[in-house]
Ligand binder design. Sequence first.
Ligand SMILES: Cc1cc2nc3c(=O)[nH]c(=O)nc-3n(C[C@H](O)[C@H](O)[C@H](O)COP(=O)(O)OP(=O)(O)OC[C@H]3O[C@@H](n4cnc5c(N)ncnc54)[C@H](O)[C@@H]3O)c2cc1C
Ligand code: SF4
Length: 421
Amino acid sequence: MDELEKTLDPQQAAIEAERCLYCFDAPCQEACPARVPVPEFILSIRSGNLHGARVLLQESNPFIETCGRICPEESFCQSVCTRAHIDTPLRIRELHRSVTDRTDPADRMELPTGIRGKVAVVGAGPAGLSCARELALNGFRVHVFEQLRPGGVPTQEVSRRRYPAEVDERETGFLVSRFVAHVWSHRVSDISLLLGDYAAVFVATGLPGEMMLPVEGMALEGVFHARALLRAVKSGETSGVGRRVGVVGGGNVAVEVATALRDEDPTRDVTVIYRRGIKELKAFKREVDAAIAAGVTFQFLAAPDRVIGQHHVEGLQVVQTHLCEEDETGRCKFEPLPGSMYVIPLDTVVAAIGQRPDAEAFSQLARNDAGLISVNEEMQTSMPGVFAGGDAVHGAQTVVEAVRDGKRAAVSIVTYLAGGK
Ligand SMILES: Cc1cc2nc3c(=O)[nH]c(=O)nc-3n(C[C@H](O)[C@H](O)[C@H](O)COP(=O)(O)OP(=O)(O)OC[C@H]3O[C@@H](n4cnc5c(N)ncnc54)[C@H](O)[C@@H]3O)c2cc1C
Ligand code: SF4
């Protein structure tokens, strides 16, 4: 399967790097949650020192190769690039991708010789592994507990076209082999069991659950949940997905699963069914464009009412909607149009309407109304010695924000174990 985007070749990268204005306050760096030193790495490209650029990138962001592929830069660094006032913003993500595609992971980060203590990290996604790296560099022995595969959502669910296996293996493999003393392959549900063996625990379990579509017919054969299906597509174990697929939702997960199903079988009809309009789609524009290029179609202003069928899905009954005034977030509310019910003939329905935390795990930790783990400014939970971060704390975010949390939590854990606050 071909990747959508090709790396900038050395000449293109050099020309792009020439456009940097080296602003004294580096707004791009401030806007990057991982604080990637943008002007500095671009200067290294300009002077032809790709290895130096790689070191700068990797030291600031352990998931720099992943971010080079899938970071939504238009929401972060690129959105504040001063160059946009002259012509167009710098292609910062593509520039760092061009460096990491041409260099091996830099191995100059020395681990201290003495061991200051043992810390457990629960969940080996971007937040967990970023924290593990920083703790290991600070002299701690880190054990990771992971119920599926180390790497988290990018490894388990993001399609190979956007996130190739070799990139995943290189980056996740490097982090695990270099900075993690042991990976325990199982689900943790009781933190207090770990506190006897470890000086501190970092919980970074993401949002492993999926929201149920609250309509009749969800028990029929041919109904799937998006993220479970993405994991199945990635491991090549899809069965039961038919030829006429309706994906219900308007976020990144809906667009990701729709594109993955088309990529898997380009003769399949795949339609994203969304109750609002194109402007209200929450998915990143880049991913929507890729879905359209892959042949995914969109049915807007259609809210699901019931999945139709005897034993197997035969269609999705929807009601047509119209948009009215904006809600408190500035998005248009939708209202059903009376008498506008119709059926979309389908043999497969995929629910992609949201993610949720694992409510059964960690009953000892205080949570907010949305079920997310509550933390203070130091990322400490309600339980002494237990810290948390990433999607499990903030809800659905991005890889680079999970990296920020992992790094921050490591600083707090080191301070805590040194007897600080
Ligand atoms: C389909 C999809 C596409 C996305 N696309 C993008 C994108 O293009 N760009 C972007 O920046 N972000 C994207 N995101 C969001 C991004 O992947 C997440 O914000 C990020 O992975 C969160 O990192 P995390 O470490 O907090 O959690 P996760 O990546 O979810 O990692 C949590 C880990 O904890 C493990 N775990 C959970 N419970 C337990 C337990 N009880 N015991 C042991 N292990 C446990 C899980 O198996 C998982 O490996 C996407 C998300 C999804 C779902
Ligand atoms: S990690 Fe994301 S936000 Fe940070 S510099 Fe790279 S593309 Fe920009």
